[in-house]
Design a protein around this ligand. Structure first.
Ligand code: DMJ
Length: 457
């Protein structure tokens, strides 16, 4: 072949459409390009809210997005928003913002304060955020802060039953509020267990594990737990059972602690619990699947309510391998969202009438879309997430950030922007639209505040 013919052949080969299966330069499928545009949009909205926080509330816990002022949970700031936001910035590749925030936390966050704090909230947001921040960046100052915090929280477990008190004073170790609930007592082991593994101090694991087991031990003969328990007497003070607020993430941690630590007690407790939940709380008709409330001893239905918080359950079912129930329940969650074009805190699923009209910028329904997309790769979950995101931006965006809604029907806003907007809501939207390489799902377990904990110690 002449050199001219060879040149012509090369031109033809390089411009010809690739044969099916041919391995020319790997091309991103069209829908992947569209997805990455969505991920960029989410990042842009995250930055919009973050700039509002930086401008009006820097150094404080939360931004008040309507009055453009700040809010501190306990008077003295604990940097709720920066700690909750840090790992999302790292995952989004916002390096300058992440470095500045990490350095600010390391230099300014102190737990040496004479304040009573809610153990559960501080654990899932701050302990979880510091631990995942440490794992993602290798900054040992974050681990040192986590260990200091963990040590100050430990007195909560000093009850007669081992079930933790709700509040602890960070300086004195004094505890208060003996009536707690399964979620607050049982959503600690992912964080305390990780702290134990990373510091080599088993006390953190042992105390939080005992708390989880002590709640489980008090289940009724039909396998359900109640809503409130006295940590001193071990008696239930409210026997209403559900997967809703005050119980929800107790179930989440039974499964996740098996997956994260390989703890076989957690596996057994999860398997027995989910059987009881599906038997007594599921409202399973041919038309739809919901989960209602029931008396923990008799299983008698006490309420047919479901809400924004309950929308974490499709994700949990999917993670446990029950994709069938997970997909059916997500259909119900999407119907709940569709009633007013954004989900209410609670509705009655038999009438679809709203019972509690607020929307607090919650992430759970997006979390479930992300898990379901991960497990099924069905593009309908991408479309679902896109629809949620459009509605969310339209209803909640403000000049300075994002605001919760007082009423999903009127879309009237509240002067509140919870830190989980950064930790969870934006993160799950971003991960839903991002390629799996941004975060290898199988290598992490998310704590209940969406802080990814890597399964290597
Ligand atoms: C978060 O703090 C956590 O996800 C918690 O488990 C439930 N509530 C909020 C988000 O809705």
């Amino acid at each position: 072949m002449t050199p001219k013919a060879i040149a012509l052949l090369l031109v033809l080969v390089s411009t010809a459409p690739a044969a099916p299966g041919a391995s020319r330069r790997p091309q991103r499928p069209k829908h992947a390009t569209a997805q990455s545009a969505w991920a960029e949009r989410v990042k842009g909205e995250f930055l919009h809210a973050w700039r509002g926080y930086e401008q009006y509330a820097w150094g404080h816990d939360d931004l008040k997005p309507l009055t453009k002022t700040h809010h501190d949970w306990y008077g003295d700031p604990l940097l709720m928003t920066p700690v909750d936001a840090l790992d999302t910035m790292v995952l989004m590749g916002l390096t300058a913002e992440a470095d500045k925030t990490r350095d600010y936390i390391a230099k300014n966050l102190s737990f040496d304060k004479d304040i009573y704090v809610k153990n559960f909230e501080i654990t899932i947001r701050l302990l979880g955020g510091l631990l995942s921040g440490y794992q993602l960046t290798g900054d040992r100052r974050l681990l040192a802060l986590a260990e200091d915090l963990g040590r100050r929280l430990l007195p909560v477990f000093e009850s007669k039953t081992g079930i933790p008190y709700m509040y602890v004073n960070l300086k004195t170790g004094a505890v208060r509020n003996p009536v707690t609930n399964p979620a607050e007592a049982g959503t600690l082991l992912v964080e305390f267990g990780t702290l134990a593994r990373l510091t080599g101090k088993p006390v953190f694991y042992d105390k939080a594990k005992r708390a989880l087991v002590e709640v489980y031990r008090r289940r009724s003969p039909i396998g359900l737990v109640g809503q409130n328990v006295d940590v001193e007497t071990g008696e239930w003070t409210n026997t209403n059972s559900s997967i809703s607020a005050e119980i929800d993430s107790y179930y989440e941690y039974l499964l996740k602690c098996w997956l994260l630590f390989g703890d076989r007690d957690c596996k057994r407790m999860w398997e027995e619990s989910i059987r009881a939940v599906n038997r007594h709380l599921a409202d399973d008709t041919s038309a739809a699947l919901w989960y209602g409330h029931a008396d923990m001893s008799t299983g008698k239905r006490t309420a047919t309510v479901f809400g924004a918080l309950d929308a974490f359950f499709p994700a949990l079912l999917a993670l446990s391998g029950d994709l069938k129930r997970a997909e059916r329940l997500q259909v119900s969650c999407a119907r709940m969202w569709a009633v007013h074009g954004i989900e209410p805190e609670e509705l009655d699923y038999t009438t679809m009438k709203v019972q509690s009209p607020a929307y607090h910028l919650r992430p759970e329904i997006v979390e479930s879309a992300y898990y379901l997309y991960h497990f099924t790769r069905d593009p309908k979950y991408l479309r679902m997430g896109q629809g949620f995101f459009e509605d969310f931006v339209r209803a909640c965006r403000t000049e300075a950030g994002y605001a919760a809604l007082k009423d999903v029907a009127t879309k009237e806003k509240l002067d509140v922007m919870h830190s989980f907007l950064f930790a969870e809501t934006f993160k799950y939207y971003f991960l839903l639209f991002s390629p799996p390489s941004v975060l290898r799902f199988d290598e992490v377990v998310f704590n209940t505040e969406a802080h990814p904990i890597r399964r290597t110690w």
